[in-house]
Write a protein that binds this ligand. Sequence first.
Ligand SMILES: [Zn+2]
Length: 410
Amino acid sequence: MLTRDALGHRSETVRRANLSAIVRVLHGSGPSSRSDLVTRTGLTRSAIRGLIGELVAGDLATESPAALDGPPGRPSPLVSADPLGSIVIALEIAVDSLAAAAVGLGGVVHAVERIDLPRGRTSVSDIAAELAALATSVRAGLPRTSVIVGVGVGVVGVVRRSDGMVSMAPNLGWRDEPLGEHLVEALDLGVPITVANETDLAALAESRRGIARGVSDVALIWGSVGVGGGLIIGGEPLTGVAGYGGEVGHMPINPDGLPCGCGSTGCWETEVGTPALLRRAGYPVEGGHEALDALVRDAEAGSPSALSAFTETGRWIGIGLAGIINILNPGLVILGGRLARTYPFFRSGMEAELDRRVLRASRHLARVTPSVLGDNGPLLGAAELAFEPLLIDPAAWLRPRTGLPALAIA
Ligand SMILES: [Zn+2]
């Protein structure tokens, strides 16, 4: 039997779900008219009006008068996510750099800073301290009324999402490092901090704001010194039981290959990571981005040794990618990081192997393309991760009606 209490509880649950549906549209698709929101959410016009009122009063949305030059008919006010009301801090620990961004609801990037990874200072506590300084810096220009609602962190390593434990980050020399705990202490923000693998976050960013929007099965391969994979299957990220899944860079590919940072030999990244490319071109393997820049210039100038290093690396990229495509049958394969930048030079070597090895049924369905979000893809994905609790239940973040699980910017 339904009691008055049960009915009240149910209507509150429905209200919160409806607020979530509206905020997701505003955050993901940008400013929308009330009519758009009626169409997108299936709610009635009067329900939309009431819920928008709550979101505007709670600093999660703003409403502007309808444009006068819009289509004929009754003008419908334009509703936007409030980009300055709720902010997340996105952080990234890449192989050779650290970055931070302050991002507002709706995906508005207010500030981004990136610095080279401090040489010789890559202990987890040093890096947490550097990130805390970057976070302070990107918050500096925000209004005092802005509220930080979460922190998302991308790290180049194998991460347990529940607590930010990095089980392995060979390129940083980390093993079983409690990054989450260090960041909670160093940032001291009193908001949820979620840590994930940076390639998973690049895939999330591509599916929310890049070329993978609306594609349910996506393989993102992020290449730099190491190689990572962000896999989205049936619209859901592939994480494995603890978040360690998708480590395509450690797919065994060459039984006679070189030792890998993970402790194995002949992993895919030992054949397609930047050191392998530099080795084939006769450049110092530890040359970093300066050596890669020089190699790209050589290739642009038509140097046969540079071009053949790219072709051979492209061959290994194609061999690994063929296995991934045959297993996953993705609609889209996105190549990010250094792979996006150098795509024209290895493309033919890669495609020859794809043509040879991918099942015919899957080959023509898998569009292979470089990333469009650039090097900040993982950072944008970290912001999306940090917004997730707010998107799930915006009612908990409305101000000033509810107690705030958030911290005003000092
Ligand atoms: Zn490995």
